[in-house]
Design a binder for this molecule. Structure first.
Ligand code: XMP
Length: 513
């Protein structure tokens, strides 16, 4: 295992991702990790980039005991500056900030880190730089702006890079990381998805033990389905999946979930129809965050009630709650800075742990979204589900703007169904990250035949994104939009007008509420 110590760079998780591309396993811990308390013995350490200045008070610093481990070390950007700071303090502010591409010149061909790397484009993102060579180091690469773009210790396998080898814009970055991990650290190249499944199933079995039971909510989305299937493989029917129909799901969702999970994948599934309860609790509520809270709390309530009902009769206990946490969620919470500011409250199940005294089980916490999909495929989950767009927990509840009533939900649901149906029919579904229809609480005048109408407005939204933190709207052909608009106005009662949302995130968010 390679240890990545995270100083909070937006690219830190990419280091882990790149290493896995050549089957090397790495784990990330906060940069302040005490080395004496490491949960494993790494074969090498990578210090990530970060948004701080090493010379400023309050900036994070690494435990110097990393050097006592006698394993190779690679510092990237801030990580390199940290190595320099420890070895002579030669770090300062560059005359110019440097963001974007630069050409690296390899000046020392004997350096094993640069083995097989030519002069090529690398990606820079820094304010600070080395102003002198740290004691005991030599220069191995330069760029026009950075005379110390690559440095290496003369005596030890310790290296520093001013640029970011982990981003794909550093064209030969992967070779550098591979040289470090495989040739220099001698890390094993044994991380494969099948391996991951085998180890994870063993880990789940040990954790849960021979009798305890596990419950988990499934939503019809890829993460919860993959998590549930993995649990099923590990402990069979001692895993109970609960699907709560909150009355805010997409059209035909409940039937489809039953079919795929229960009949198709053999998961021990309980379906609960709680639509009336959710819609009852939402009566009169228009504030988005209040809606989220009510939906979240109602969910917890229903979930607890149902898990009481399915309690195993033989005296064994439900001890764990499955959660489909992915790696990017984990990163948010381990960073030195702490979790980033909450724009919207997304998580629905947090309260369950305390209320029900359950322990958390998160089999996907090391995976990225595309890896969850790959895992889903190996586990036999149908392609349709594996490639499904994400759907928010509060569902149509935050896509009906203003008060959520059964008739409003119906309008939004029908319009959404038509939009997605057309997207699929035109072969566009997999080009789009997420698409949906929102129902606006305004009325607009229209004319149908000789009749004046006065009905509501549907806003269509379709976005492209890699991480949902930033997103751009999808450019449809005019003919496509024309067809969708015409179908919605003609087929959905209560809609007089259809609009298409052409706002990026930021400044807008993906959802309308
Ligand atoms: P926003 O609207 O914040 O959405 O740009 C980013 C992604 O998160 C989803 N989203 C939610 N998911 N509960 C969820 O489980 C929520 O309350 C929630 N709000 C937004 C949204 O669909 C998009 O994929």
């Amino acid at each position: 295992t390679i240890l990545v110590l995270d100083f909070g760079s937006q690219y830190s998780h990419l280091i882990i991702r790149r290493l896995r591309e050549f089957n090397v396993y790495a784990e990330m811990l906060p940069c302040t990790q005490k080395i004496s308390e490491l949960p494993f013995k790494p074969v090498g350490i990578i210090l990530s980039g970060g948004p701080y200045s090493v010379y400023e008070e309050g900036s994070p610093h690494v435990d110097h005991a990393i050097f006592d481990l006698n394993v190779p070390i690679l510092g990237i950007c801030y990580g390199m500056q940290e190595l320099a700071w420890i070895n002579g303090k030669g770090v300062g502010r560059g005359e110019k900030r440097e963001y974007g591409p630069a050409i690296v010149n390899v000046t020392d061909n004997s350096c094993p880190l640069f083995n097989g790397v030519n002069n090529s484009q690398v990606w820079m993102s820094h304010n600070d730089k080395l102003i002198s060579l740290p004691t005991g180091f030599k220069t191995v690469a330069t760029t026009d702006n950075s005379p110390f773009a690559g440095i290496a210790s003369i005596e030890k396998p310790i290296f520093g890079l001013q640029f970011h080898p982990e981003v794909t814009h550093s064209l030969q970055g992967k070779i550098l990381l591979k040289n470090f991990a495989v040739d220099i650290c001698k890390a094993k190249q044994n991380w494969t998805m099948q391996n991951f499944i085998d180890t994870e199933i063993k880990r789940i079995r040990t954790l849960v033990g021979p009798t305890a039971e596990v419950i988990g909510a499934v939503s019809g989305g890829v993460d919860s389905t993959v998590g549930a299937k993995l649990m099923k493989e590990a402990i069979g029917d001692r895993f109970h999946a609960i699907y709560v129909d909150n009355g805010l799901m997409r059209k035909n969702e409940t039937v489809t979930v039953k079919k795929t999970l229960d009949e198709g994948l053999g998961i021990n599934l309980t379906v609960v129809d709680a639509g009336d309860e959710f819609l009852g609790n939402l009566k009169g509520i228009t504030d988005p965050e209040k809606k989220r809270k009510i939906i979240g709390n109602t969910f917890i309530h229903v979930f607890e009630r149902v898990s009481e009902e399915i309690k195993p009769k033989d005296g064994s206990k439900i001890e764990f709650l499955l959660q489909g946490t992915l790696y990017p969620d984990v990163i948010e919470s381990i960073s030195f800075k702490g979790p980033s500011q909450t724009i919207k409250t997304h998580h629905n199940v947090g309260g369950l742990l305390e209320d029900m005294k359950l322990k958390l089980i998160e089999p996907l916490r090391e995976l990225f979204k595309d890896e969850v999909r790959a895992l889903g495929k190996i586990l036999g989950i149908p392609d349709e589900l594996v490639w499904r767009h994400p759907f928010p927990g509060p569902g149509i509840g935050i896509r009906v703007l203003g008060e959520v009533t059964p008739s409003q939900v119906k309008i939004a649901r029908e319009a959404d169904y038509i939009f997605i149906e057309e997207i699929k029919a035109h072969g566009l579904y997999n080009n789009i990250s997420q698409a949906f229809a929102a129902l606006l609480p305004v009325k607009s005048v229209g004319v149908v035949g000789d009749q004046r109408t006065y009905e509501q407005v549907i806003a269509l939204r379709a976005i492209e994104t890699t991480d949902f933190m930033t997103a751009d709207w999808y450019v449809f052909e005019a003919a496509f939009l024309k067809k969708v608009a015409s179908r919605i106005v003609n087929e959905v009662d209560g809609v007089a007008r259809v609009t298409y949302d052409i706002t990026s995130k930021p400044p807008a968010t993906v959802e309308w509420e």
